[in-house]
Every structure is written in C-alpha cells, then in structure tokens.
Write a protein that binds this ligand. Sequence first.
Ligand SMILES: C[S@@+](CC[C@H](N)C(=O)[O-])C[C@H]1O[C@@H](n2cnc3c(N)ncnc32)[C@H](O)[C@@H]1O
Length: 210
Amino acid sequence: MTNKDLEGFVARLTALGGGSGDSRALYDDWAATYEANLQGDYGYVAPAIAVAAFVEACPARDVRILDLGCGTGLVGEALAAAGYGRIDGADISPGMLAEARAKQVYERLIEADLTRPLGLESAYDAAIAVGCFGGGHVGPEHIEGMLDCLRPGGPLVLYMNEIPYDEDDYPAHFARLEAAGRWRVLSTARSNYMAVLERPGWTIVAERAA
Ligand SMILES: C[S@@+](CC[C@H](N)C(=O)[O-])C[C@H]1O[C@@H](n2cnc3c(N)ncnc32)[C@H](O)[C@@H]1O
C-alpha cells in the first residue's frame, strides 16, 4: 500500500466529516470521472465488499432490491454480475444517475433525497447502501427511512467510511434502532476499502424487524 495523498473530490468529501448535508453539486461535477478517479486512482472496492456480504445475507436471486445512493451504478453492476436481476437505484444526483442508467442494470432509477421520506413503504425485499453516509450525505437518523422501504424480515446491507461511523457514533444508533424493535443487526465487520490507501470502513448486515 503506497498511502497516496487525498486529492480533488476525495479530499473535498473527506473534509465534510460527520453529520449529513448537501453533496449533490459535488457529485454532479464528479459523475463523469467518478469511476476512473475512485477505482483507477484509489482502488475503490467497497461495492465488491458490500455485495459479497449481500450475497450471503440474501441468497435468493429473484428478489426486488433497492440500491440506496446508487451513484454511477457500481453496486448495481456487482449485483447483476452476482445473478440478481430486479434492481432499482435511488440517488440525489442527476449526473450520477445518468451514469448509472448507461449501465443498463437497473429496472428503475429514482432521483430522491434519502434524508426525506421516499414513499416506497415495504416495496423491496432487500436493500443495500454503499458509501452514502457521512458529511454531506446521509446521517444515522436516516437509516429508519431505509428500513421503511423493506418488507419485514428484509435484509439491509450498509457500507460506510469509519470517520462518520466513529464521529457520529453509529453503533449507538444501531443499538437504539434495535431496542426500538426496528431492525436486528446480524453482523458488523471492518475492512479496508481502497487498495492504495489506509481507508477503513464498516459493513453492517441487518434485517428489518417485523
Ligand atoms: C461515494 S458515492 C457512492 C455511490 C455508489 N454507492 C458507490 O459505491 O460507488 C455516494 C452517493 O450518495 C449520493 N448521495 C449523497 N447524499 C444523498 C442524499 N441525501 N440522498 C440520496 N443520495 C445521496 C451521492 O449523490 C453519491 O452518488
């Protein structure tokens, strides 16, 4: 690992820290070069890590899946490669959604702000959200809205950077949701999600409680 310095969009995103907020304009600007930058320059592998966890949590392939914060569609592409065929995506950035549309792996792409009610109550069998938590993105208080999109018992796989995970004390929010009977956390695992950087993140596998 070379421990490349943070530059450009990745540096701007990292500076946003914890909490939630508005990164839509940043992603619209980044959309066309997002994959070359994150995968090519940094060796971004969070979608592969999260989809491997998703496959274990959701072995049936004929399920309706919602990819939350789908971006340019790297998660949808990995899900399709793993044999899933009924995938919708939701994201706040029209520029990122346009890139995702070009991949032709999503049945439906929804322009949506995950900090607001989505109006998709119990519509999906499973959901996945990779890289959309933290400053300028979605906060821990928005996990409940993600759960609302799922049928009871449906798996939800999250992948997030360790900075917001620690700064916003995600484990405390997880425990609160569990105590409130909203979900059950099945596993949490730490990994490094960039090949050329020390960049730790967490996979959370949970299911909506009845
Ligand atoms: C780091 S990218 C991750 C994209 C994709 N999941 C991946 O792993 O490549 C974060 C995505 O979250 C989206 N996003 C940020 N805030 C959002 C919000 N409030 N509602 C919906 N999407 C949001 C951004 O537009 C961006 O596409």
